[in-house]
Ligand binder design. Sequence first.
Ligand SMILES: [Zn+2]
Length: 266
Amino acid sequence: MPAPRLYVTDAIVLSRFDYGEADRIMTLFTPEHGKLKAIAKGVRRTKSRLGGSLEPLAELRVALARGRTFDIVTQVEVKHAWLGLRDSLESTATAWYLAELADRSMEERHAAEALYVLLRRAYELLDAGMSAGRVARWYEMRLADELGVRPEVDRCVECDRVLEVDEGFRWVPPLGGVLCYRCPGPPAERTALSLDALKLLKAYQRMDVEALAALRLVGAVEREVEAAMRDFLRVSLERDARSLDFLDEIRRGGSAFGGRSRIGDG
Ligand SMILES: [Zn+2]
């Protein structure tokens, strides 16, 4: 039986760019079809029926018609607008970063339901006002699980010895996690990981999100874990996330990107 020409799906817009006079090409993330490219015709006209609803950082219900190159968006309804997520620039930039990580983690037209549920949950947490950094770390750790590259934080990745609290540790993403000080590896000073950062990495693997939200943490330790997870995902996904520049710029309070630029607009 041929696939039906029309279908309806939940979707989150991962990125989009303008096309032709008034159209826009969207990368949609759907639970059953993974990511797919779709065209929204006439969407940039002020009277477009689709225009106002076909926004990123929201969960949509989208009707699509199969097309030759791209499927065509015929109807859109907003299921969850997550307006609270846009209350701060940091939360908005983090949401774009999480979308980019999801985009990089899957192939087109491959079901990715667990990853979809993960991104939706992260957006709900940002919308509810949870610290953007903690949502991002929680998400990164679960994304690594989904990709089958869970970082090793309990044993040395070389000698498999259980790590002791009174020794030194090194964070070596190409090896998959923590390396003890007895094993040969990269220079210690370049990769040193503090005990507190190791404990926090373990917490991100083991604790549920409510418990993570309630933790009292030292800023320096949060930053160390942030850098560690960035390195880890850079190695796992084989490149840097483009949206990190935007997030970093916001946190520095600068404006190199201008007031209107948004990652994901092409
Ligand atoms: Zn070792």
